[in-house]
Design a protein around this ligand. Sequence first.
Ligand SMILES: NC(=O)c1ccc[n+]([C@@H]2O[C@H](COP(=O)([O-])OP(=O)(O)OC[C@H]3O[C@@H](n4cnc5c(N)ncnc54)[C@H](O)[C@@H]3O)[C@@H](O)[C@H]2O)c1
Length: 461
Amino acid sequence: MKKTILCIGAGYVGGPTMAVMADNCPDYKVIVVDMNEERINAWNSDELPIYEPGLDEVVKRARNRNLFFSTDIIAGIKEASIIFVSVNTPTKTFGAGAGKAADLQFWEKTARDIIEHSKHDKIVVEKSTLPVRTAEAMRRILQSNTKNLNFDIISNPEFMAEGTAVTDLQTPDRVLIGALETVSGQKAMQRIKDIYLHWVPEEKIKTTNLWSSELSKLVSNAMLAQRISSVNSISALCEKTDANILEVSAAMGMDSRIGAKFLRAGIGFGGSCFKKDILNLVYLCEFYGLPEVAAYWEQVVKINEYQATRFVSKILNNMFNSVASKKIAIFGFAFKADTGDTRESPAITVSKMLLEERATLAIHDPEALKNAKLDLADETGDISYHCDPYKAAKGAHAIVVLTDWKQFQGYDYERIFKSMEKPAFIFDGRNILDHKKLFKLGFNVFPLGQREYSHLTEIEK
Ligand SMILES: NC(=O)c1ccc[n+]([C@@H]2O[C@H](COP(=O)([O-])OP(=O)(O)OC[C@H]3O[C@@H](n4cnc5c(N)ncnc54)[C@H](O)[C@@H]3O)[C@@H](O)[C@H]2O)c1
């Protein structure tokens, strides 16, 4: 094989990204390493550590051909000439910048491992999402080596979305590659571009300077999250004015300047990235003396939190101000459909608030039950977990839809209604069910940003 590529970090990004790369580049050997042995064992098994549509096939095609998963980080560093770093960059929880700045300790440790074990020059590629100008700090750390080795730093942020990772990686909207404007930087950039050219059309590969590339990723996530918070804020106004958020979104989205995507109201965004990346942007703006810009972006996160709280208030208000000892079936715990990932899922916030109100929770999700159990492990209260939606809903007072899994639309709600306590409620936090049909079956239905369908009289409510 032509060259060895190493990826440090075998998570939601490192695993799928490198699997697709190896699949498309049979002339490269791709090694993915992680310090988490359990994760690596899972990547080498029939049950991959993450659920992504289409991922199994890609991994099976390339694994042990030119794709290898290992815990031997040192051997990987020694062998590879190109190292992608895809370790986690969570929000800092301590010291300066706590609650906003990115915690770069995993990144820095990786840089130090690379210095210690490298025997020849390397290209180090930032795959993780990092604050703008991180590459400068990394360059300084890497160039501090006393072995006279050269390290070129490239920024190549990942834009794939969980749930559609394989399609996004196979046919990306764009691949962004940033490099220093030096001869060596430009050469390194070309070598990374050559990899992507195996399957990505050249016009989709955008090259920029290092800082634009780093900042573009943060800002792309902030803009996406901002659209969600914008539409969610309007869903609150719709409920007060009898406007319908679906109609408002559709009308707005027909404007080609606005576009139709990312205008669906719901209980808010989750996932490991949006919140941390916006807070990181807020921190950067504060750091560079731009408090007005920081305040603008911080509001996106505040509206997201408001939307989840507002949704729980809606549940309480409509269930006679008490859910104590009432069974509530939670449909969906993953932060979005087609993933088992629950990091920052609004389902965690909503579940915890309902448990505080002493509700009994029966949680159903097609892929996320294992993570849901971990997320709620410290909660006291009555919680059960169900693969079967009918068991979750049996004897429940309410169903609360928190993830937009398509299969929720196909359940037999007549059967579900019959098995529930009456009056039976559905709170559709993702606006995915057929509300009129459910109402006809006897449910009291409460969507977001749309009129409610209630059999209860005003006095009963
Ligand atoms: N999840 C997404 O959808 C997504 C999309 C685009 C970008 N990103 C960014 O990509 C980065 C990784 O995200 P993720 O979701 O894959 O995180 P993750 O937590 O799933 O994976 C990170 C992995 O890195 C490993 N790791 C950490 N330090 C290490 C070290 N020193 N040596 C070896 N392994 C180490 C961890 O054990 C973990 O398995 C983050 O910066 C994130 O913001 C994520």
